[in-house]
Design a protein around this ligand. Structure first.
Ligand SMILES: Cc1cc2nc3c(=O)[nH]c(=O)nc-3n(C[C@H](O)[C@H](O)[C@H](O)COP(=O)(O)OP(=O)(O)OC[C@H]3O[C@@H](n4cnc5c(N)ncnc54)[C@H](O)[C@@H]3O)c2cc1C
Ligand SMILES: NC(=O)c1ccc[n+]([C@@H]2O[C@H](COP(=O)([O-])OP(=O)(O)OC[C@H]3O[C@@H](n4cnc5c(N)ncnc54)[C@H](OP(=O)(O)O)[C@@H]3O)[C@@H](O)[C@H]2O)c1
Length: 466
């Protein structure tokens, strides 16, 4: 039928899916009603990873639990590096807050942008996508979903599918020789919910990235007897406090003794594999499914979002992430503009050339600093294509660089530093209690003006915020 609205399915209502909803909502506010929208979300609320659950393994419906977040998870990067350009922290909270808020506060912020819109009406909660197929003849996708509480299944057709299902939920779980003889607790970061139970225990975290660093730090904070981080390629390399050390890869495990490849060994009570996640899309056939390692420029995606083999399908948030919410916004805005025809999709060979060019730049990345810069350039390229409000990407890159330095200086204290917003110019307010002493991650406690008198004197502004 002529002028029939395009039908769009968004899979997942985490930050990426919510941001995709926002794009259509802003277009509607501009007087357009561009598409028929459905967002399918398997959890009972939105927020994706930020929607904390105490459950691990399978949920109440026998579905794999999505979120890998834990109690006492605080932002691991400054909020000034992820702030929405069209909805500031000042606007949401009505006051300046610290640079590293806990999960509850960031969840509140993400949800806040959609709170006064009708975005929620498009989301079907507790509805899991089971299968997606593309029909060449009709050029449409068939999406089969299941309403989990009732088991009712539904098959619908769409012109476009936006995959926003995240990629930090299916653990990469390696083997270790002799691990079957280990008598302590073995788990993966995905199932970690809090470190209180690790008090007085000797913990081994396997991996040298953010989960290893932060779960190790949580255990240190909660009084672990010792924390050991085992690296495969490079050590994390911070100036760890006494009781926290790094060792190379595991050689073998014998009961409660872990032997490392440098010939040392250690008594260990609990092992947490912080070995990352797999790109896994069990609802997609192989020709539509992204695979491969977690990188800042995955193969097969034009401008990081358009599935090259079928440009009617998009991925939002599929990259490894320095930039997060602001990058998902840039991606979602571009995807919307492609769908509604505000932006033009180049031909397949042009897209392939662009992917090859960006992949070559990606292959040339040789440090954390160049990777951050690369992602900044990537976001800048997307922003040029859309009317998303501009923000100072160079300044965000510089905030990330200062953050890297802050961690080198004090890995247990970096979250007490303050940055200046690139959106409003507001300088963050120091939190009333240093991160290492703060045991309550609730929104109420965080927003209270209560001042902890034990706050140390070196607690304050970073050089970039001054
Ligand atoms: C432990 C951890 C800590 C992190 N900490 C930070 C941080 O401090 N700062 C930061 O900026 N970023 C952090 N991140 C990165 C985080 O991935 C992003 O902030 C953000 O959550 C990504 O959003 P997303 O919507 O792409 O994916 P997700 O948040 O993973 O959301 C995906 C959504 O899709 C739904 N879904 C999945 N499969 C289906 C299906 N088949 N059918 C229907 N729905 C489905 C899920 O239920 C979920 O709601 C962290 C990630 C992890 C794992
Ligand atoms: N807010 C927070 O505080 C917080 C906390 C945790 C996680 N996060 C976020 O969660 C996301 C995922 O982080 P992540 O650390 O889980 O995953 P990741 O960044 O993908 O890192 C995976 C780690 O596992 C190691 N590894 C993989 N296979 C291994 C093997 N077979 N043996 C030994 N080591 C192996 C890798 O080592 P190599 O270097 O050798 O490849 C790497 O160090 C990130 O976005 C991060 O920011 C945030």
């Amino acid at each position: 039928m002529m002028n029939e609205k395009k039908k769009v399915a968004i899979i997942g209502a985490g930050p990426s899916g919510m941001e995709q909803l926002r794009t259509f909502e802003t277009a509607e506010r501009d007087g357009e009603q561009p598409v028929k929208l459905v967002c399918l979300e398997k959890q009972s609320d939105w927020g994706g990873q930020w929607n904390y659950t105490w459950r691990t393994g399978l949920d109440e419906y026998g579905e794999p639990v999505h979120s890998s977040m834990y109690r006492n998870l605080w932002s691991n990067g400054p909020k000034e590096a992820l702030e929405f350009a069209d909805y500031s922290f000042d606007e949401h909270f009505g006051k300046s807050i610290s640079s590293y808020p806990p999960r509850t506060v960031l969840w509140d912020y993400i949800a806040g942008r959609l709170q006064h819109t009708d975005g929620r009406k498009y989301v079907r909660f507790e509805t899991v996508v089971r299968h997606v197929d593309f029909d060449e003849a009709t050029q449409t996708f068939t999406v089969v979903s299941e309403h989990l509480p009732t088991g009712a299944t539904r098959s619908e057709t769409f012109d476009h599918v936006v995959v926003a299902s995240g990629h930090f939920s299916f653990p990469n779980m390696p083997d270790a020789p002799g691990i079957e003889t280990f008598t302590g607790i073995v788990s993966h970061a995905h199932d970690f919910r809090g470190a209180e139970g690790l008090a007085d225990k000797h913990l081994l975290v396997v991996g040298s990235s953010y989960s290893a660093e932060d779960i190790g730090s949580q255990a240190f904070k909660m009084g672990a007897a010792s924390v050991t981080a085992s690296y495969r390629t490079n050590p994390i390399g911070y100036d760890w406090p006494k009781g926290f050390e790094e060792r190379p890869a595991i050689k073998h495990i014998d009961g409660n003794t872990v032997h490392f490849i440098d010939g040392t060994s250690k008594h260990i009570d609990a092992i947490i594999f912080c070995t990352g996640y797999q790109h896994k899309y069990p609802f997609l056939p192989a020709d539509l499914a992204l695979s491969g390692p977690n990188t800042v420029y995955p193969e097969g995606l034009y401008r990081g979002v358009v599935w090259q083999n079928n440009p009617a399908m998009y991925y939002v948030g599929a990259q490894d992430q320095w930039f997060t919410f602001n990058m998902f916004d840039a991606q979602a805005w571009y995807v919307r503009d492609l769908i509604v025809g505000r932006a033009e999709l180049p031909a397949a060979d042009e897209r392939a050339a662009s992917i090859a060019e960006w992949r070559a730049r990606f292959e040339a990345i040789d440090s954390v600093a160049t990777e951050i810069e690369f992602q900044g350039e990537y976001v800048r390229d997307l922003l040029r294509q859309t009317d998303y409000p501009e923000f100072d990407i160079d300044e965000v890159v510089s905030i990330f660089n200062s953050w890297v330095e802050d961690k080198q200086v004090d890995i247990m204290g970096y979250r007490d530093r303050c940055y200046r917003s690139v959106i409003t110019g507001t300088i963050a307010t120091k939190h009333h209690t240093p991160w290492l002493q703060e045991l309550d991650d609730s929104l109420e406690r965080y927003l209270s003006d209560e001042v902890d008198l034990s706050v140390g004197s070196d607690f304050g502004l970073t050089s970039t915020a001054r």
